[in-house]
Design a protein around this ligand. Sequence first.
Ligand SMILES: Nc1ncnc2c1ncn2[C@@H]1O[C@H](COP(=O)(O)OP(=O)(O)OP(=O)(O)O)[C@@H](O)[C@H]1O
Length: 468
Amino acid sequence: MEQPLPKSWSIHTRPEIIAKYQILERVGSGAYSDVYKGRRLSDNLIVALKEVHDYQSAFREIEALQILQNSPNIVVLHEYFWREDEDAVLVLEFLRTDLAAVITAAKKDGGIGVGEIKRWMVQILCGVDACHRNMIVHRDLKPDNLLVGDDGVLKLADFGQARILLEHGLVDVNINPPPYEPDAADQEFNAPQVGYGTENAFQGGHGNEEQGGMSKEDYFRESDELEVKQSSDETDKETNIHDENTSCFATCTTSDIEDDPFKGSYSYEAEGGDNRHGALTSWVGTRWFKAPELLYGSSTYGLEIDLWSLGCIFTELLTLQPLFPGISDIDQLSRIINVLGNLTEQVWPGCAELSDYKTISFNKVEKPIGLESCLPNRSADEISLVQKLVCYDPASRATAMEMLHDKYLNEEPLPVPTSELRVPLSKSFHDEHSPGGWYDDMESDSDFDEFGPLNVTKTNNGFSIEFP
Ligand SMILES: Nc1ncnc2c1ncn2[C@@H]1O[C@H](COP(=O)(O)OP(=O)(O)OP(=O)(O)O)[C@@H](O)[C@H]1O
């Protein structure tokens, strides 16, 4: 009988991984992961090895990527390694840079041409459309999570916060067969199998953005039907805040001011397991790209939160500046209100039902500055494109599919071919995309990283680690 592999505490000592991959330098880390460049020993293919230290994040990323594998603008998951009590390691296609680096480089290079902007937008929209057709809400769209290859192809990545709002079969039973057969142990959560998933596992076919058109109404109605209300208002001490930049007074609860940095960016615990029909947490996403319904604590949001983020990303492509660079959740809302005006039932019927609507109130903004002021020197079509996404009422936001048909993207100057996109040679460390700068400063979980690549060899007693 085959002996089970010994459990290891680091990617460098995982026999099943080092048997297939040479682990090269660490190329990035996030709140719950470390990412290494790797080389597949069988054919020298360069890959990214993403070691995910959080169970739920790993679960969600694998599940979403399995469904989206046929989509050209979604990062390829070659295979994954996951055994009980160990971190999951995802083997992803390696993409050298990202849209944040493109924007940073463009600041030095005198901007991005309109044809280039349009090609970036089309690629982002194709990726988001693929997600939304499969009822996957990404929940953390931002330039850093839009990876770019040397050939200019852009791919959505970092699905650690993604949620599937419907069972796959409900979208279209014929075109979206379940990507895997969970074994008995996994059925409770309908989880990706803990074990090894390989490219072969994907051959059964998955949701494809080129198939299975749904009307916008169906697309969103099905999402709406799943929305579940959660009343989790916690009464807290009232405080007045004055935002210097926006001259906007807010009355709110103290819980927001003593902003837990994690609240602004990540939390999975609030949702528990993978209860697709349960309430959703509003503690997702990165603040600058966060839709107002999330900032007001909604637990009943849908795919539209991604559309708001898209509007913020598109504005940044057009102006090379973040649209709403808030320094706390209250500051974030205050900036939005200064631009769009006060949030009322007139502009968004039903907004008073948002869980924090009554606990956060802003003084009346007599003259909102309007999105056009945030897009100086941009055309009316460009402003209108952003306005279709950055609007209060989620139901009014244009879908990714509708945006792909937008006049702006289909008229001269047309999107340039991907091969003509200027791709920066290296990935800059773009602090401006780190709200508060806190997560770039976070220490890595990997104890080896400070020492660079290590020589790890198997001995009779375990492993020998040689520091260079
Ligand atoms: N496929 C890839 N190819 C190259 N680099 C990658 C790849 N995936 C991730 N990275 C790098 O690793 C970093 C962290 O990855 P990712 O954002 O997926 O992890 P995360 O823990 O979910 O991060 P975050 O805290 O930003 O949500 C990325 O910013 C990127 O620099």
